[in-house]
Design a protein around this ligand. Structure first.
Ligand SMILES: Nc1ncnc2c1ncn2[C@@H]1O[C@H](COP(=O)(O)OP(=O)(O)OP(=O)(O)O)[C@@H](O)[C@H]1O
Ligand SMILES: [Mg+2]
Length: 233
């Protein structure tokens, strides 16, 4: 479904991605992990056309996304939940959910699905997003990504800074969304979360993808975890 083929990205003269390559199959839940600053967020921004690759290509459903302006990429069926959530703090929960709708009305079934995952959002529809707790804001960010019925969701560290109970809620929900037929590329620092829910895991190091394996394969490779993630096994 999604193919990131040997992309190189720069911020000015700073060369950040080096031939980064990864794939997300139909209905797959794929993890992307790596230390701070290795280029995980940049990879997602490259897919969304926000940091266009200088070399290489991103393909989605068999078509190249190269040269497509970033505002057109969500219309291809890709939703993006950026790191740090990026909600509209002065708008209410409901208004934030309505933002992605360019034409037509909110699908009531989709709304009910979102409230099924996150009942707390339903209780806070008129509350300003900026006054929600960190966990509630993350719920809203994930909920908002569902509104356009994407085929693929890119999630950048959705559990960052949340307490363990909320980490489980978000990761269980990500898995439930995936089981309902949406492919997911999940960036996480928390290797355990990835091992629990992903089909496959990629590891990035210095702007390149250096490892790919199933959770079981990664589990059986403690030297990889230690070398790239400083995990003591
Ligand atoms: N807008 C920018 N301008 C210049 N350099 C940037 C910019 N954004 C990121 N970088 C640099 O690019 C590199 C990769 O950053 P990126 O945000 O992709 O890493 P990351 O793996 O997502 O890190 P983290 O785990 O901390 O979120 C880092 O060295 C970072 O400092
Ligand atoms: Mg990041």
């Amino acid at each position: 479904m999604l193919k990131v083929n040997g992309i190189d990205c720069y911020y000015g003269k700073s060369h950040v991605l080096h031939q980064a390559t990864l794939m997300v199959g139909k209905n797959a839940l794929v993890g992307l992990v790596g230390r701070n600053g290795v280029g995980k967020t940049t990879t997602l921004k490259a897919i969304m056309g926000m940091v266009p690759p200088a070399q290489g290509e991103v393909q989605f459903l068999g078509a190249s996304l190269s040269g497509l302006p970033s505002y057109k990429i969500p219309r291809q069926g890709i939703a993006y939940v950026p790191q740090g959530r990026h909600l509209f703090p002065k708008l209410t929960v409901m208004e934030n959910l309505q933002i992605p709708i360019v034409q037509g009305e909110l699908d009531p079934d989709k709304l009910e699905e979102i409230f099924g995952y996150f009942p707390r959002l339903k209780e806070r529809l008129k509350q300003k997003a900026g006054t929600l707790s960190g966990g509630e804001q993350q719920m809203l960010a994930v909920g908002r990504a569902l509104i356009t019925k994407p085929k693929l969701i890119l999630l950048d560290e959705p559990t960052e800074g949340l307490m363990p109970l909320l980490v489980s809620l978000i990761s269980d929900t990500v898995q439930a969304i995936n089981k309902r037929g949406t492919a997911i590329l999940l960036v996480e620092q928390n290797l355990k979360t990835l091992k629990d829910i992903c089909d496959r895991i990629y590891i990035m190091e210095k702007g390149a993808v250096v490892y790919e394996g199933t959770p079981a394969e990664l589990e059986a490779a403690p030297e990889i975890q230690e070398r790239y993630l400083s995990v003591k096994v």
